[in-house]
Design a binder for this molecule. Structure first.
Ligand code: MG
Length: 303
């Protein structure tokens, strides 16, 4: 018998899940799957297979193919409001955007004249600004990029201004900032700190900030601490619940920080996203595989 997939911790979780929905494994054969992003208009999922230096594509008929070979060890992916793919690249230590004609635009690769560490995950605000995290995972070893000494003294969260192209460090006191997501109304930004992956005793923490005018952050505070695992990727559903990774599970937190429940996955989870035509299908990147399960809620992300 399969192990129970849904773990209900708070009764509110029952309204978010489909009890009869099964966990499906869509693909296996990655070394470290990350950065899932759904293309509603194309009806496919993209994700990064970081150590294999490639991006993959899943289509609902079950077809899986290489979307981008030589991905520069891409990690987190998202889409901007024009639907363009925005990617974090470890190997080139930059954030890029794929234009409609397939050309690649470099959005950010330096801060104060020095190389970024290794951009990890990225979100785009409705005002066009690009927000991303810059921990050191991609330069720690030659496995997920190219080993190098950091040039930055801190591991920052950055905001790229869409008009001026100016890059601003909006948070500078994270151990290792990782996944990030806006609340559906964009009044809050949630950022995971995965520093406990390499620093014993560091909190398995997600922090939340108030977003002022779509530009700056105030009122830094703890949103939650994971009961186990390390928080990596984050997504919000339409109700403002925050879904995150931690160990071999997806964890769902209410907007007040209460852990509502978990979905158990057979492998360590790195990241997740909502997809499918109605945004009610959760896609989970987990070590070597990609899994999915239908939910009774819908993702808040656009497009
Ligand atoms: Mg990440």
């Amino acid at each position: 018998m399969a192990e129970q997939v849904h773990e209900i911790i708070d009764a509110r979780f029952r309204d978010l899940i489909v009890g009869s929905a099964k966990l499906e494994r869509l693909y296996s054969g990655c070394r470290w799957a990350e950065g899932p992003v759904w293309f509603k208009d194309g009806d496919f999922l993209l994700w990064s297979d970081i150590p294999n230096h490639r991006m993959m594509r899943y289509q609902p008929d079950g077809t899986v193919s290489v979307f981008r070979a030589n991905s520069n060890f891409s990690n987190g992916n998202t889409r901007d409001r024009q639907g363009r793919l925005v990617s974090c690249e470890h190997g080139t230590r930059r954030v890029t955007r794929a234009e409609y004609d397939g050309t690649i635009t470099v959005l950010a690769d330096r801060f104060e004249g020095k190389s970024l560490n290794s951009p990890n995950d990225v979100v785009v605000h409705s005002n066009g600004s690009v927000w991303f995290t810059d921990p050191t995972y991609g330069i720690m070893t030659d496995y997920e990029g190219f080993k190098a000494e950091p040039e930055q003294t801190t591991r920052n969260v950055y905001r790229l201004d869409p008009e001026t192209g100016e890059l601003t460090a909006v948070v500078t006191d994270f151990l290792q900032p990782n996944g990030l997501v806006f609340s559906p109304d964009e009044t809050k930004l949630y950022v995971a700190d995965s520093g406990s992956s390499h620093t014993a005793g560091a909190p398995r923490q997600i922090r939340v900030f108030d977003v002022v005018d779509g530009k700056t952050l105030t009122n830094s505070r703890e949103f939650c601490r994971l009961v186990d695992g390390v928080p990596d990727g984050l997504r919000a559903d339409v109700h403002g619940n925050i879904w995150t990774s931690g160990g071999p599970a997806v964890h769902c937190y209410a907007p007040d920080g209460t852990l509502l429940g978990r979905i158990h996955i057979p492998e360590g989870v790195s990241n997740l996203t909502f997809g499918g035509p109605r945004g009610n299908r959760l896609f989970v990147t987990a070590t070597t595989s990609v899994y999915s399960i239908y939910l009774a809620t819908n993702g808040a992300q656009t497009p």
